[in-house]
Ligand binder design. Structure first.
Ligand code: ADE
Length: 241
């Protein structure tokens, strides 16, 4: 059974039938995962297919109705079963981490609820025990792009999708550090050279240099990661959850 992604959305067209030549797109064509959209508007009951209403207590914008979202969630749950986590993309959610991505990729898939307008009535999120996830401290116009980010991060970890398994263990967040800088040929380009150590063939020196670079760049750019790394240096995959 391939890894299964379902997006509950008011804008199913934002999830392309094909993801093109990208890694996730190739994996989709190869049948390593499936992507299904569920149009929330299809569960509106009135003649105008209303999905939103004004916020209780007043304020700007509109809120997605709990009864309509509930019907969409029930429909998805009845077809996927209870083992597929239901996730709501929102800047109010817990920050997405590589650890959570790894767990989700190892599971059967994800059902992702995408909010529009100001968001979804809290009662339907509480009623279904929805996991709220943010992809960063900025506000998108809806959860669809965030859902695609989540799916992309998961899909590249599905066994057989990425070129080599080594490339995971070595990369940035799996170690809790940002990645060292990369170089390739030509050895000299526009007066800029590839660092000598990388051409030395001395693998221990290369490893040590890359480690220094990774630590320096992490200290400089991400004091938060640097602190966490130094708090738990022996653990691997130790970025904050
Ligand atoms: N929807 C709108 N902004 C978002 C964000 N930063 N993360 C997840 N979902 C969102």
């Amino acid at each position: 059974v391939p890894w299964r992604a379902v997006a509950l959305t008011l804008f199913p067209d934002m999830f392309p039938g094909s993801l093109g030549q990208s890694l996730a797109g190739q994996a989709l064509e190869d049948g390593r995962w499936s992507l299904e959209t569920v149009d929330i508007r299809g569960f509106a009951r009135d003649k105008h297919r209303t999905v939103d209403d004004t916020p209780s207590g007043g304020g700007a914008g509109m809120v997605m109705r709990p009864d309509v979202v509930d019907l969409a969630v029930r429909d998805v749950r009845s077809r996927l079963g209870g083992d597929v986590p239901l996730i709501y993309m929102t800047p109010r959610g817990r920050p997405l981490s590589q650890n959570r991505v790894r767990e989700l990729a190892e599971g059967p898939g994800v059902a992702v609820l995408c909010g529009r307008y100001e968001g979804v009535d809290q009662r339907v999120l509480d009623a279904h025990n929805v996991e709220e996830i943010s992809i960063g401290d900025y506000v998108l116009s809806g959860g669809e792009v965030a859902a695609l980010v989540l799916m992309d991060a998961c899909v590249r970890l599905i066994p057989g999708v990425m070129g080599s398994d080594q490339s995971h263990a070595e990369e940035s967040f799996e170690e809790g550090l940002l990645e060292y800088p990369l170089y390739t040929r030509p050895q000299e380009w526009e007066g800029r050279t590839v660092p000598d150590v990388l051409l030395s063939g001395h693998h221990a020196n290369i490893r040590a240099w890359r480690r220094e670079q990774a630590e320096a760049i992490t200290r400089e750019r991400r004091p938060d990661l640097w602190l966490a790394f130094n708090a738990a240096p022996e653990k691997s995959g130790c970025e904050e959850n």
